[in-house]
Structure formats: C-alpha cells, structure tokens
Design a protein around this ligand. Structure first.
Ligand SMILES: Cc1ncc(COP(=O)(O)O)c(C=O)c1O
Length: 452
C-alpha cells in the first residue's frame, strides 16, 4: 500500500468513527431518561447520619476522644500494644489465650502452605478439602452432637440459619438481649419475633402458653453467655419449656464455648444437660477458637439440610485453610488443656468478687468471661474508658443503642492470660476513676462546663 492509499484509508476510518459517534450522540438525546427527582443524593442528608454527626459533635464538645477503632500493633491477649506502649487488655475475646499460640500458628501456616489463602468458591462447586471435614468433626465432638457445619462468619451463620429455617407463620421467641445476628435472622425469615425480658423464664412460659398454638414452628433463641451482661439462662428450665411446648431450641455459644463447664464444653456441660436435647447449637470461631467464621452443631439431618440449602453456605465461599487450621488446633488445645478453662474461670470470679467489694455495679454478671461495670450514661462510659487508657488499661465502653442509655457500661473481657495483679489493678483503677468522674458531676454538668 502506497503513502497515498494509506492516507485515504486513514481519512475514511476517521470519517466512519465520526459518523458512529454522531449516531451514538443522537441515540443518547432521543433516549434521554427523565431527569432524576434529586440531582445529587447526598448521604449527609440521611437523618441517621445527621444524628451520628450530632453525637460526634457533642463528644467533641465534651472533649471525649473516640474510644472505638483504637489501633493495636500486635495480637491482643492479657496485654496489647497500642501506639507503641503496652496496655493491660480487657477488650479481647481471646478467652483461652489461644490466639498466637505456637501450635495454632503452626497449624494455620501449614494449612496455608498446602492449600493457599482461599478455597475460591462455595464448597458445593469448589469442592471439599480435608480441613473442612476435620474442623466440623472436632466441633461436633466438642459440643457432643452428631454433626456440624462451618460458615465464613459467625454473624452470617445466625442470619442464614434462622432466616432459612423459619418463615412467615412461625414464631421466634428471643431473650431481649440476644445478639443482633439472631434478630437479623428472624427479620429475614419473615417469622414473628417476640422478645421476653432478659432471663425472665416465667415471662417466656407465659408467652408460650398464650402464643404457641397460633403458630406453626416455634424457635426459642437464647445465648450460652450473654455478651453484654455476662450472665446465662437456666438452660435446664428452657429445655423443659421447649419440650412442653413442642418448640426448637437454639443456643448461641459465642461466649460460652471454652468458658462454661468444667472442661469448657459450654452451657450443656455446666448444667449437665444432654447436648442432643438442644436442636441448634451455634458458635463462632472468632473467640475461643482464635480464628474467624461460625458454625451450627446438631443433628446430621439438620447439618446436611443446611449444607445443601442455606443461602449463606451454598452461595458463599468455604472457610479458608489457615482459618480452619487455626480453629482445629484451638479446639484440640481446648480438649487437651482444660487447665486453661479453670484459669479463666478463676480469673472471672476474682474480677467479679473484687469489683463487688469495690462497690462497682456489675449487673447480673456471673463472673466468667464477661463482666460489665455499669456507669449509667454513654458519655460517662466513653470518658471512663479513656481515663482507664490513660492509666494503662484498655477496656471499651458499650453505649446506647447497643444497651439502654441508663445502663451504658465498660465491658471487661477476662482471659486465662490475665494475672491476679492485672485484675486487681483494673478493678481498683476503675473504682478510683469512677469516683473522680462522679465528683465532676453528671454528663450534662460536664457538657455545660465544656461549653463555658
Ligand atoms: C452472641 C454472638 N453471636 C454471634 C456473633 C457473631 O460472631 P462473629 O463476630 O464471629 O461474626 C457474636 C459476635 O460477637 C456474638 O457475640
């Protein structure tokens, strides 16, 4: 092709492109969609965001530093490194000190080296790997039931399991303090939810006698150890109620597995109940098992059904090798070293005893892994958390709406790794700081002072 021919070809290509662009522009004009009602949707217009900004502004005015999202520089157990300094740490779910345990790390590493970082898709299509079955077997054994099924998030486990098993025309009776994931699961299912007042089993019984006959399936959902108050239900009575009224019972053991029972087998062991009396055991891998993910343990029939039909399992990736390896090693350590459980229980009861002696309001806590110190208002709880940090203690506030405003609190999580000295210091410092704050007046007094 000569130079002239090439020039002609280029001209004709350019002309073709110009005319195509013209046609596209015409089409855009003729198919122009009607103008949107609002030209720009600004998230700042959302009432919820405005409210959040107001809360932040009020906290700024009172000079309260945000205690949430504190950056940590290492793993959290009895101590943690924040901003390069070591703090006594009461804000980790590392109940048995297994996170970072050499055996747990080695198991995670060897699983990762063999299987990589991801199983890439749902187990249905990506296939099974030996660590999935191994983890499900050890979890079933720890709970004393036939089977278990592991999912990639504890929260999603509750949402998908309840959302899938229950439906419109069913009833879910929940303790008013159950975790958000249970509430979201019920919402998704379309079943009716009724709350009974926290730990009030007389109220549960009354609801069952008034309501049971109006619904098809009925599920009672409780926790093995309540994460806000650190107490637990009388499971023997709950089992009797579910039998008498022909319901299913679900127990969320997020905070009780590894914590309750002589060998840490959870609330069934604590009450010496046959675990098969409970239809649905739920747990997370993120706490005692020092990993990430969630599971359901129960009958083979239930787990098989969820395996082929629960959307959160079927349409979500399988647990990755390192996470499964860490959880398997943690569960085996729990089985092999019950002395960790004993130490955790001793630490919890020591904290509770000292806190009560110091006149702190620990609510209904039973003195295991979770002990709240109720302060009474959100600003006060956030201020106390910051004052504790200044004294070398990391313990986080729980504020409204996670708990009612008047029961805003500092929540202390106890681990087997805490020393008696750390516990004694945490209690005495909390009591002293609370006294000093109260001498300063209420949150409103502090707000007025700050505004002056
Ligand atoms: C009682 C309870 N259930 C479920 C979950 C969700 O577990 P995860 O954080 O592992 O998703 C939590 C989380 O803290 C919890 O406290």
């Amino acid at each position: 092709m000569g130079a002239d021919d090439r020039a002609k070809l280029m001209d004709s290509l350019k002309a073709t492109r110009r005319s195509a662009r013209g046609r596209k522009a015409d089409a855009t004009v003729s198919q122009k969609a009607p103008a949107p009602k609002r030209k720009v949707f600004d998230f700042r217009e959302l009432p919820q965001i405005k409210q959040l900004q107001m809360h932040r502004a009020a906290a700024d005015m009172m000079g309260i530093e945000n205690p949430f999202f504190r950056p940590h520089d290492g793993l959290a157990a009895g101590t943690s490194i924040i901003g390069g300094s070591n703090y006594d740490n009461f804000a980790s779910y590392n109940y048995l000190g297994l996170n970072g345990h050499p055996e747990v790390n080695a198991a995670a590493k060897s699983a990762l080296e063999k299987f990589g970082t991801s199983v890439s898709a749902s187990r249905i299509v990506a296939g099974e790997r030996p660590f999935h079955a191994e983890l499900e077997a050890v979890l079933a054994r720890v709970h004393g039931v036939e089977s278990s099924i592991v999912m990639v998030s504890g929260h999603a486990t509750n949402v998908t399991t309840i959302g899938h098993l229950m439906q419109k025309g069913d009833l879910v009776l929940t303790d008013s303090f159950v975790h958000n994931s249970i509430a979201e699961g019920v919402r998704l299912s379309g079943a009716t939810r009724m709350n009974f007042p926290h730990d009030d089993l007389d109220a549960l019984e009354k609801m069952l006698s008034d309501q049971r006959h109006k619904f098809d399936k009925v599920l009672i959902a409780v926790e093995g150890l309540y994460s806000m108050d650190g107490d637990f239900p009388d499971l023997k009575r709950v089992v009797k109620l579910k039998q008498a009224y022909d319901c299913w019972l679900m127990v969320d053991e997020a905070h009780s597995i590894g914590v309750l029972g002589k060998s840490g087998k959870g609330i069934a062991e604590h009450f010496d109940i046959d675990p098969t009396e409970v239809e649905i055991w739920m747990g997370t891998l993120s706490k005692t098992f020092s990993s990430c993910g969630g599971y359901i343990a129960g009958s083979k029939v239930l787990c098989d059904y969820l395996r082929v039909s629960a959307p959160g399992f079927v349409f979500s990736v399988g647990l990755s090798a390192a996470l499964a390896g860490a959880a398997i090693a943690s569960a085996e350590l729990l089985e092999r070293e019950p002395e960790r459980v004993e130490k955790l229980q001793q630490n919890g009861s020591l904290f509770l005893k000292l806190a009560r002696e110091a006149g702190l309001n620990t609510g209904p806590s039973a003195g295991y892994a979770v002990i709240p110190v109720i302060v009474g208002d959100s600003a006060g709880a956030a201020t106390l958390s910051n004052r504790l940090l200044a004294k070398g203690i990391n313990a986080l506030p729980i504020i409204f709406p996670a708990v009612p405003e008047k029961s805003a609190r500092i929540r202390f999580f106890i681990t087997s790794e805490h020393t008696e000295d750390q516990i004694a210091r945490a209690v005495s410092t909390t009591a002293a700081e609370l006294d000093a704050m109260r001498a300063d007046g209420t949150a409103v007094d502090r707000l007025i002072k700050a505004a002056r």
